[in-house]
Design a protein around this ligand. Sequence first.
Ligand code: HEM
Length: 396
Amino acid sequence: ENDEQRSQNHTGGPGILFSNGDSWKEMRRFALSTLKDFGMGKRISEGKIIDECHYLIQEFKQHQGKAFNNRQTLVYAASNIISAIMFGKRFEYKDPVFQAMVERDNESIRLTGSASLLIYNIVPWLGPFLKDWRDLMKNIEDNKAEMKRIIGNLKETFNPEMCRCFVDAFLIHRQKLEKSEIKDSHYHDDNLLYSVINLFAAGTDTTGNTLQWCLLYMAKYPHIQDQVLEELNRVVGSRQVCVEDRKNLPYTDAVIHESQRLCNLVPMAIPHRTSRDVSLHGYFIKEGTTVFPLLTSVLYDESEWENPFTFTPSHFLDQEGKFVRRDAFMPFSAGRRVCLGEGLARMEIFLFFTSLLQHFRFTPPPGVSEDELDLTPVVGFTLSPSPQKLCAVRRQ
Ligand code: HEM
């Protein structure tokens, strides 16, 4: 599938994820600055995440230590952070509309990586004959309708004096441009709709699945879980963890980085297209060629990592146990298209993970050994853990 077809089929060109050129530049810049205004990387979103931690912990407690699949709850928690920024509200985990929104995104990510969609990429006219393709198109349409409805509600109660969320910020910016008689700006309804769809989709499953991997590694490697807990107890005790604590928690930080490295969540990033002719390592790549930045090749690079294929938190620790950055740590990709939610995602993963570990010990279900926990991913556009249950046993 070329980029033109991709944008026509998936988004019609607007938004951020699959857009290009001036419109992409403007929407990306606007999204980044608005996410920052709403606290990405700052105290405001820290507060929102900490509030959400309480809901998440309550939900986990309800299972009373019995084995359950934690995927949905983790994805809902992550989704509520981006929802709060996009729409100015969080959803109840039991809200069927919210559940359907999140499930559709999850399903779309799986379908995008399915074998029949690969066939479709090679022979696009087959699309309508493939069930996966039809399901994906239906998902995208349903999602569009739902997001339109939410944006419509926000428009009805819109007050330019009071900026509640991303959607308001977009509308306020558009009004300003209109007042200064700037016509044909990029701030049209389609760019609003698709930016919201993109940010919601990009910010939900990614972060939720990463958290799921983190907990799975902890259940699989209990001695590492013990060390995280020892550090948390020593440095933070029983009070709520905050972002400031990260620099004093090098082992925990290393465990999170190693989880993100090994889980290799977005193995092929998003396809890019060369904007000019390029010569690279003796290869000539023509302008307009679709290029897949294989993040797997960096995250598992044998010349960069001591143990590329095993969970080794010491990849990120020096001799004295201090945290060290690694250049080959690129789960968010790199360059001008680097993930724009990285700051928010890192904050979420750190706060959700540490808060959960303060409250629960994660173990395999009774009768299942650590060895039997399955690290084989479900292949999709992102790599999520295979469906399986864990116990969240309350700590005293
Ligand atoms: C652990 C969580 C996350 C991971 C691993 C992740 C990873 C990625 C990767 C690999 C890309 C592709 C970069 C490329 O094209 O080379 C990307 C793009 C993107 N991500 Fe994330 N992401 C995460 C969370 C988030 C969150 C929370 C948001 C929203 C606030 C977000 C918004 C985006 C957007 C909008 C793009 C497209 C950027 C563009 O095309 O200019 N991501 N992400």
